[in-house]
Write a protein that binds this ligand. Sequence first.
Ligand SMILES: [Zn+2]
Length: 186
Amino acid sequence: MAIYNTVSDSSNTAVRALLTKIGEYYWGKSFNTGSGKSKRIWESIRDEIFNGECAYCKDKNSKLQIEHLIMFNRTQFGLHHPGNVVPVCNDCNKRRKNKKKEYLDWEDHLLEICLENDTMNTFESKRDKILNHMNEGEFKYPNLNETERNAIRVIANSLYENIKSEGDKSLRMYMELDKVFVKNKQ
Ligand SMILES: [Zn+2]
């Protein structure tokens, strides 16, 4: 449970639900990694394709989490799709930012991690393994063209704004009703 709930939390949740739905539209079925067949797909990506290691730093010992390569939010509009998920450790799950405080794409994030860990010699093989999972493997991520990517961005932003304005509208409605009640009591 969130400690403090904001309207933008609900807008962001709505955007992630949309990116899940579009991902499942391309995948052709549900991709709920919490149970059943989809959970087994996630486990095979984690344990077989990536050998139970963090895709960015190869750590084997920490609990591996789901990382969306193309970020699953309004910064990168990545879809929730088996081709967009890889296992990562807790530390690598925090997407690095550039000097302008913008989130890096996954390749630059991987590069940063290799530089931090002094493992630049492993950068190319890690990158190729991830690219292979995304583009060639059993769980290929949909090859969206620019028009499709723009459409997803426009619809997701519109959904975000709509939910946000509904939240503000509800507050105004309450304030107006409250005024009426106060007047009636007098
Ligand atoms: Zn890691």
